[in-house]
Design a protein around this ligand. Structure first.
Ligand code: NAP
Length: 292
């Protein structure tokens, strides 16, 4: 998509992330208006060419697109819900982190006040903003995303997920679940190997290879989940559970924390008790999909 760098943009909230967002817009050439509760945080951006708005209302009026990035949704409502703030006719992109219910409620709240609203999630740290490495997820009305996509691309790699405003937050937490699970598994393995004098750096390339290999299984396993059918093509859950028992026994024998493998084995044991022992690992989705 052709970048349009002359579109004026407003950034409200100049914490670590908001400052990175505003700096990326400035760098891409967008006339950038900023506002922050603590005005001094705008000093450097102003020195780089940003315009500091004196009020939130002025900040909103300055641009056809406003990005808001504050601590949480409550802060966003406090800011934008102030009596002197007029949202009618504004286009808001909320990059504040929260859950999907908060995102949907914020969308209704903003739309009732006459604003157009896209929710978003930032899967990046501030130094990555403005590079392709920064992944930004958006959800809400497609025409609004498409109208502003070229401008939003100044921030990183932007992806549109769908009309449901809650999707960006849901993908965000699903991504975090992946990230922590991979890291935790690596830490478990590292703790085990260190008991035999193998350091983390030695295990890391091996662990990386396993993580990449497992990642290759995902499309096939996803097909099983979507079809609701889990034939044991390569391994049955009851075979996996025997290996889980080895992991627990080994961890306990060498004095390593076994809580995590025990938790996973307990879920697998329940699936086996429910009659799924002869099926393949993704049948565990049924355990993950319900509250405990
Ligand atoms: P931060 O440095 O703590 O900044 C918080 C911002 O929110 C500041 O601008 C603060 O204003 C403002 N704020 C908080 N409560 C307010 C209120 N009641 N009224 C007005 N302004 C208020 O946090 P951050 O790192 O920029 O994070 C901002 C959002 O980005 C969060 O939702 C975070 O989860 C998300 N995020 C951050 C990262 C990251 O790596 N930093 C990564 C992904 C997503 P003051 O300056 O006046 O205090």
């Amino acid at each position: 998509m052709t970048k349009k760098t002359d579109t004026p943009v407003t950034v409200i909230g100049l914490g670590l992330m908001g400052r990175a967002l505003a700096a990326a817009f400035l760098k891409a050439g967008h006339p950038t208006t900023v506002w922050n509760r603590t005005a001094a945080k705008a000093d450097r951006l102003v020195a780089e060419g940003a315009r500091l708005a004196l009020t939130v209302g002025d900040a909103l009026k300055a641009s056809s697109l406003t990005i808001i990035c504050v601590t949480d949704y409550q802060a966003m409502r406090e800011l934008l819900g102030a009596p002197d703030v007029e949202l009618d006719g504004t286009m808001l992109v909320n990059l504040t982190s929260g859950d999907s219910a908060q995102a949907r409620a914020a969308a209704r709240w903003a739309e009732q006040r006459g604003a157009r609203y896209l929710d978003g999630a930032i899967m990046a740290i501030p130094p990555a903003i403005g590079t392709a490495e920064a992944v930004l997820l958006h959800s809400g009305p497609r025409p609004d995303f498409e109208a502003h996509q070229a401008t939003l691309e100044a921030l990183g790699t932007v992806t549109y997920l769908g009309a449901d405003h809650g999707l960006a937050s849901l993908y965000d937490v699903a991504g975090l679940a992946m990230m922590w699970s991979v890291l935790n598994a690596w830490l478990q393995g590292t703790a085990l190997l260190r008991t035999a004098g193998v350091d983390a750096a030695t295990f890391a390339p091996f662990a990386r290879q396993i993580a990449a290999g497992v990642a290759d299984w995902l499309p096939g396993y996803a097909e099983q989940i979507d079809n609701g059918s889990f034939p044991a093509e390569v391994s049955a859950l009851e075979t996996d559970v025997r290996a889980m028992a080895h992991l627990i026994e080994e961890s306990e024998a060498v004095g390593v924390n076994a809580e995590l493998p025990k938790l996973i084995k307990a879920m697998a044991d329940r699936a086996i008790a429910a009659g799924h022992g002869g099926e393949q690992y993704p049948v565990l989705i049924e355990e993950f999909a319900k509250p405990r």
